[in-house]
Design a protein around this ligand. Structure first.
Ligand SMILES: *[C@@H]1O[C@H](CO)[C@@H](O)[C@H](O)[C@H]1NC(C)=O
Length: 325
């Protein structure tokens, strides 16, 4: 009895360390660095984007375009920036007066007076009546700047705002765990081309869903049925969902992992493996059958997350037995 309890306790202890420990472990995503003194995660993006695209990219990563709360944070981030990308002169920060000229606020709509700001001399000047966004240098000096000029940027996630999807072992709560398959899925309901869908899953640190067998196809078909289609103004292929296979390299149909497609013929639409055709991208019908589509056509799409650390045991609370020790 004693050893059984001990074992049980150890199991609980092990799993609770994995499941409840994200805030203790201080992990958000592999591409973000945690800075202890300011209790937040940061990523310096090395591909320059317009202000709005930078803001959107941070949001898609589950974070926010960085602005400093105070001089301590500005210094902490500057030190990280100087250590990792010392030659980067400017970054966009999450401050803008796009809403009302001359009224600068943060991207989450706080007045600039509540956060760090130190303008360069004679700035902001709204030069040529075309500077509604803000960039900052390594020493924390700010200047208003054209929103559509592509600039590098930093995304930020506070430890406080971090929520953890325990079943999927990731910070994104939109992913739904399927225990039988051992994967997590998210049905995206913004139509995109196959390539943009592929990139979107990557941004979420996942990948376009790979369908390996009938069980997965059936589950994804069910998922599309239980997720009603919203009204979308633009043209897209209704009832078709981009998934993770393609023939973009003309090397034969393969999964996004680079392995040849190896599923039973009857998972394909009309029970037929695709012949060489101009349609080079992979999709799924609402009924779970695989189809090939024109890569330029927009569709909803499905991302998947494979690496699942634990099973449903993660939510087990210690019970009486564990106190018998
Ligand atoms: C960046 O790092 C270099 C080398 O450590 C240092 O000399 C320089 O003062 C730093 N610059 C800023 C702005 O902190």
């Amino acid at each position: 009895m004693f050893s059984k309890s001990l074992l049980f306790f150890l199991v609980i202890y092990t799993f609770s360390d994995l499941s409840y420990g994200q805030k203790d472990k201080k992990f958000f995503r592999k591409d973000y660095t945690y800075i202890e003194s300011v209790q937040s995660f940061y990523k310096i993006h090395s591909v320059a984007k317009t202000f709005n695209n930078a803001k959107q990219m941070c949001a898609q990563e589950g974070a926010m375009l960085y602005y400093a709360e105070n001089v301590e944070e500005m210094n902490a981030v500057a030190s990280f920036w100087n250590r990792t990308q010392p030659n980067l002169p400017w970054v966009f920060v999450g401050l803008t007066d796009q809403m009302a000229e001359g009224f600068f606020e943060t991207v989450d709509r706080r007045p600039i007076s509540e956060v760090y700001s130190r303008w360069q001399r004679f700035q902001p000047d709204n030069h040529l009546n075309n500077e509604d966004c803000v960039h900052m240098d390594l020493i924390g000096t700010m200047n208003d700047y054209k929103c559509d000029s592509k600039t590098k940027f930093i995304c930020k996630k506070t430890l406080q705002s971090l929520q953890w999807n325990y079943n999927c072992n990731m910070p994104n709560l939109d992913y739904i765990y399927n225990q039988d398959i051992g994967k997590c899925y998210k049905l995206h309901r913004t139509p995109m081309t196959w390539a943009d869908a592929y990139a979107m899953c990557q941004i979420e640190s996942t990948s376009l869903a790979v369908i390996n067998n009938q069980m997965e196809a059936d589950y994804l078909a069910k998922l599309t049925k239980t997720t009603p289609e919203p009204m979308v103004a633009e043209q897209y292929q209704q009832g078709i969902y981009h998934v993770g296979f393609h023939n973009r390299f003309r090397e034969g149909w393969q999964t996004v992992e680079g392995t040849p497609m190896n599923v039973d013929a009857d998972i394909w639409y009309k029970n037929k493996l695709p012949q060489n055709c101009y349609e080079e991208c992979g999709s799924m019908f609402f009924n779970g059958r695989l189809v090939t589509t024109d890569c330029n056509m927009k569709s909803f799409f499905i991302c998947e997350q494979k690496a699942i650390a634990t099973t449903s045991t993660t939510t087990t609370e210690p019970n009486e037995e564990s106190y018998m020790l």
